[in-house]
Design a protein. Structure first.
Length: 259
């Protein structure tokens, strides 16, 4: 079995002639757990959308499971950024997960018994089975995110992308959420966009820095050189390494000097 599940070569993408990603090369091995970091507007979400087949590159090659992304969407789970649901909308956690079973051309056809069983199993996998009949708007931020992960899990994906999944969750909830992802990583390759390096430091295996260009580091370790390169820190500016490194274990961030 080929362990390379994502292969990107010389990928470039622009919005209205403005470069967003330049000369991106990346190989992701099966079983990896990657944190994707970088400044706002640096291209992180755009890269996710390209890997999901939602956008098309200007040029370059991008293959997932050795195929174009749109051909393998059924093997990929996705938890998008800022999923907002009206608290008063009468939809249950189980209904939300069943949305993951919707297919083009099927519309809102009645879910089969097999679909409902798969959805309940997915909720059980994220420890939310007992909330399956609860209205989604009544759940806490952390509980909602678990439901959205269950929606991504309901098709048994081999690869999962999550875009800022803990933005609305408190610190305790974040720790519990990443503990869940660590367990899922036993069978699923995961790429998560996050600024919460202090929280994910005990979970990730690799780091991707994206700021138009991409730098991959195949360990749960982030050097000052990588951060300075990706955030374009200069000697006359506040070094963002200090802001990111504050409180992190030294095994995650190399010790660095800053005047």
């Amino acid at each position: 079995m080929d362990d390379k599940i994502i292969e990107i070569q010389n990928l470039n993408f622009s919005y209205h002639s403005q470069p967003v990603l330049r000369d991106v090369d990346l190989t992701v091995q099966r079983g990896d757990f990657i944190a994707m970091i970088g400044p706002n507007g640096g291209g992180k979400t755009t890269l996710l959308k390209l890997m999901l087949g939602l956008l098309k590159a200007d040029y370059g090659d991008l293959r997932i499971f050795n195929q174009p992304p749109q051909n393998v969407s059924h093997r990929i789970g996705y938890v998008p950024q800022d999923v907002h649901i009206n608290k008063n909308f009468p939809i249950s956690a189980l209904d939300v997960v069943l949305m993951g079973k919707l297919k083009p051309g099927r519309g809102w056809a009645r879910n089969s018994k097999r679909d409902r069983l798969a959805a309940i199993n997915a909720l059980d996998q994220v420890e939310m089975k007992k909330y399956c009949d609860h209205r989604i708007g009544e759940l806490s931020g952390g509980q909602k995110q678990r439901v959205f992960v269950a929606r991504a899990l309901v098709t048994d994906p081999e690869l999962m992308f999550l875009d800022e999944p803990t933005a609305s969750i408190d610190t305790r909830g974040q720790n519990e959420f990443y503990a869940l992802l660590k367990e899922l990583n036993k069978t699923i390759t995961i790429i998560v966009v996050s600024h919460d390096l202090m929280v994910i430091s005990e979970t990730i295996k690799s780091v991707i820095c994206v700021n138009q260009r991409l730098h991959y580091h195949g360990h749960a370790e982030l050097t000052s050189e990588m951060i300075e390169m990706m955030y374009e820190c200069t000697a006359d500016e506040t070094c963002p390494v200090e802001l990111i490194a504050h409180g992190l274990p030294h095994r995650v961030l190399h010790k660095h000097e800053h005047d």
